[in-house]
Design a protein around this ligand. Structure first.
Ligand code: NDP
Length: 162
């Protein structure tokens, strides 16, 4: 069932790539700042691999990590065994799903908004975001930028479920 309070936040390359070797394929500090602005003060839900890639709980956010390993724990993190268990924890609070590919794919049917940083360049990637079906998602905002340092265009795009 779709939850009105569940939002996916993701950055994708020109072919929907999101990661390589359990890290981000690009360096884009403006996107990290955007991510912080969007997620601060709200719970975040992530897969265990994404947590490992970040390496620590993100401050001023309730950090919820999904893992099948019942023994997994980390200070400052709530570990759960399924996406449903994570959704049960947050109830009707505005919550962001922050990756990675496995958790995005599972969360997409439950999500009502996508906040996507679309990077207009192709990177070497081994993990991908699902296609954004225009019959399901409507673009409602597009904030375009250029990274002089990296030499590519990117945009902060919001899609709402139709
Ligand atoms: P995920 O972060 O989605 O984590 C996968 C892990 O989550 C699994 O190994 C398992 O943990 C747990 N898990 C997944 N599904 C379930 C389930 N149904 N029930 C219980 N536990 C589950 O891993 P990915 O490899 O898909 O993504 C990581 C990549 O994505 C990295 O490269 C990262 O940098 C990138 N990324 C990119 C983002 C972007 O915006 N560009 C954002 C976030 C990540 P366990 O093995 O412990 O059981």
């Amino acid at each position: 069932m779709t939850s009105p309070n569940l939002t996916i936040v993701v950055a994708t390359d020109a072919q929907r790539g999101i990661g390589i070797n359990n890290t981000l394929p690009w360096r884009l500090p403006e996107d990290l700042a955007h991510f912080k602005r969007v997620t601060i003060d709200h719970p975040i839900i992530m897969g265990r691999k994404t947590f490992d890639s970040i390496g620590r709980p993100l401050p001023n956010r309730r950090n919820i990590v999904i893992t099948r390993n019942p023994g997994w724990k980390h200070d400052g993190v709530e570990a759960v065994a399924s996406l449903q268990a994570a959704l049960d924890l947050v109830g009707s609070t505005l919550t962001h799903v922050i990756g990675g590919a496995q958790i995005y794919a599972e969360a997409l049917p439950h999500t009502s908004r996508l906040i996507v940083t679309e990077i207009d360049r192709k990177f070497d990637c081994d993990t991908f975001f699902p296609a954004i079906d225009p019959n399901v998602w409507k673009e409602v905002a597009r904030d375009k930028h250029h990274s002089a340092e990296q030499g590519f265009d990117y945009a902060f795009v919001t899609y709402d479920r139709i």
